[in-house]
Design a protein around this ligand. Structure first.
Ligand code: GCB
Length: 648
């Protein structure tokens, strides 16, 4: 047993500047780890009291929720908004309460096994407080990232364990995304106590428990976190690893790296080090290689001395060998120029809102494959880990965006917002740092970056992001004027959104080429950084047609795209490194005079049926992919089956 290694590791395993407690490894089964999915029906009660505080005043968490008043069945994961016929629940603001009783397997509670039982919530929007058997175990701010708590000491043999989760969807000027509550006191105009929540982002603020809730176990000495980075030196692949171990200072570590077929390609030990693989299969994006998304599997085995006995913990971490680099005009993956031809998405669907849905996830990946899309941006918040897993496995390149959207007011750039923004970036990096699919962090979408405080704000957020992850470029997505944007000096890649002939000069397709050309030239001359067209598009209500093309028809949407593509084709020979359509599919927004049951800029409907623009884009993406010279034939490129690699 290498005792010293254990001590050194505790010191080394913390990345510089990371203030968070502990790791957030994606839960995977292994001989030492079990998972219990708590998805299904939960009891649910919205707190309709005027101040929305009855649940706290009456301590609903201290007893079964059904004993506090009327409860209904609520599916988890799902947004609660559109599950019932109640229009007031659809637009509810405040605390809602979820509860489920579970029976942990008896073997988890055997004293001699000393199993750690962890309750993990994939995400709940926006603020959550969690109790187990009436005892608060954790709370968490932010809607799109996981949080967890060890609950072992609260479990009793043969007793059901009552999990209560209160979730509040109220947004403030300092939350991400921000929002404000507006009260209307004129009783001749509004009912007593009337208020609304105002936001300045363009998607419905769905709420509830959106991602899986699970119990998982580890031994009491356990692998808390793994950080891997990869590099290439000639034909040698390098994996640098850093492990964080908790629960015992007396342990040893064995590492085995296997290829996709299970063959061992490197071994190591200790909590920090480097593995070398001769002629590795690189992780390539979809359509850039005939084996996209090639993953290796790093099996980490921890052996710890616990009360005179050896206890083992095993975790398997997928690893992709790839490098990322940005020059003045190019984005290089494994040293080769990469052109983003992809989409912006939303987690959004009928009935379930932002709730995780495997059928939808797999359908969307199949549509991306059909389209010939090699990338997407997680507009405008981190997506489910289940989605990120498939991006790694399929070779879909991701610009990983935090929920910094709708920051339009100077109140959103103060210290309180900044402090929270830094924590969100830490949580995002902690979650996604090992994912080869993630090639860039986006710290915001269309903030009011012309305001003076935006300079210090983005300088700080970007510097912090880079300090935590020096291996990936950082951007934010701007719709500001190129000369007045305060944060652009700090980004590695310029990402611009514009809607020529839609929000500006509506109906005038003839302005697009001129305006887009000027936009690119101005940004490039000012900053000399590569540019991604991170949004462009037009609304089209599926099935509405006109010739000549008029706004809101399928023909107009396709015509806008074509005009943009002419300029993309000129500028991608220079410094434009990508085009991401807005949007992959129609999605729900707040009700507004300019929204027809949501935003209709999807090239697919909300039910994932193609509009004319989808066929146009499909032609283009396959053409662009073929021109890049990497494809021999489009028929022999497919997504590999994603592997659930098991420990031996
Ligand atoms: C944008 C926003 C996006 C909106 C889109 C639109 O610039 O980034 O969230 O949905 O425009 O369609 O207005």
């Amino acid at each position: 047993m290498d005792l010293l290694a254990g001590v050194v590791c505790l010191v080394l395993a913390w990345s510089p500047g990371l203030a968070l407690e502990g790791g957030m490894l994606y839960p995977r089964e292994s001989p030492s780890r079990e998972l219990k999915d708590l998805g299904g029906l939960w009891s649910f009660r919205a707190d309709w009291s005027e101040r929305r505080d009855a649940g706290f005043v009456q301590r609903w968490y201290k007893q079964p929720l059904r004993q506090t008043g009327p409860v209904i069945d609520m599916p988890v994961p799902a947004s609660f908004n559109e599950i019932t016929q109640d229009p007031n629940l659809r637009k509810y603001i405040g605390w809602v309460w979820y509860e489920k009783e579970v029976l942990p397997p008896a073997r988890w509670l055997l004293n001699e096994a000393r199993t750690r039982v962890v309750l993990r919530i994939g995400s709940a929007h926006y603020y959550s407080i969690v109790w187990v058997n009436g005892v608060q175990v954790t709370e968490h701010e932010g809607g799109h990232l996981p949080f967890e708590a060890e609950i072992s000491s609260l479990l009793q043999p043969a007793q059901p364990c009552r999990i209560t989760i209160a979730v509040n969807n109220t947004l403030t000027p300092h939350t991400l995304p921000p929002g404000t509550i507006q009260y209307f006191n004129d009783e001749s105009m509004y009912p007593k106590g009337y208020f609304v929540q105002n936001t300045r982002f363009d998607f419905f603020n769905y709420a509830g428990i959106h991602r899986p809730v699970i119990l998982y176990t580890t031994p009491s000495a356990y692998i808390d976190d793994i950080t891997v980075t990869t590099d290439l030196a000639e034909n040698i692949g390098l994996v640098q690893y850093l492990l964080s171990i908790r629960g015992s200072p007396h342990y040893s570590l064995a590492l085995t790296l296997r290829n996709r077929d299970g063959a061992v390609v490197a071994t190591g030990n200790g909590s920090a080090g480097e593995l070398k693989v001769r002629n590795p299969n690189l992780w390539w994006p979809y359509l850039m290689n005939e084996q996209p998304g090639y993953l290796y599997y790093l099996e980490v085995t921890l052996s710890a001395m616990m009360n005179g006995e050896v206890s083992e913990d095993k975790y398997i971490q997928p690893v992709g060998f790839r490098t990322v680099e940005v020059t003045r005009t190019q984005f290089l993956i494994n040293g080769k120029p990469f052109y983003f031809h992809g989409v912006n998405k939303h987690e959004d669907a009928d009935i379930r809102g932002k709730g995780l849905d495997w059928s939808l996830i797999v359908k969307d990946f199949n549509l991306l494959r059909w389209l010939g899309a090699n990338s997407f941006r997680t507009s405008h918040y981190p997506y489910a880990e289940e989605i990120m897993e498939l991006c790694d496995a399929y070779g879909i390149v991701v610009i990983d965006e935090c929920p910094g959207v709708g920051m339009k007011d100077s109140a959103n750039f103060g210290n309180k917002s900044l402090q929270h923004h830094l924590i969100v970036m830490e949580e995002l990096i902690r979650r996604d740092k090992n994912r080869p699919s993630v090639v860039m962090w986006s710290v915001a979408n269309e903030p009011a970056s012309e305001l003076a405080p935006a300079a210090y704000y983005f300088k700080t957020v970007i510097a912090h992001t880079k300090a935590m992850d020096p291996t990936r470029p950082v951007t934010y997505v701007s719709n500001a004027n190129y000369a007045r944007d305060q944060g652009a000096p700090y980004v590695d890649v310029i990402c611009v959104n514009n809607y020529f002939s839609w929000y500006h000069d509506p109906g005038h397709l003839e302005v697009i080429q001129l305006q887009l050309n000027s936009e690119f030239e101005n940004w490039y001359k000012t900053h000399q950084k590569p540019i991604i067209q991170s949004e462009y598009g037009a609304d089209a209500v599926a099935g509405i047609h006109s010739d000549p093309p008029l706004m809101f028809t399928e023909e107009y949407q396709a015509a806008v795209l074509k005009q943009y593509h002419t300029i993309f084709d000129q500028k991608r020979k220079e410094y434009v490194i990508g085009e991401l359509i807005w949007n992959f599919a129609d999605f729900m927004t707040e009700q507004a005079t300019f929204r027809v049951m949501g935003n209709k800029k999807g090239i697919f409907t909300r039910q994932r049926q193609p509009k004319s623009a989808a066929f146009l884009l499909k032609e283009r993406y396959w053409k662009v992919a073929n021109e890049s010279g990497f494809l021999t034939s489009k028929h022999n490129v497919s997504f590999p089956q994603s592997q659930t690699f098991k420990c031996t």
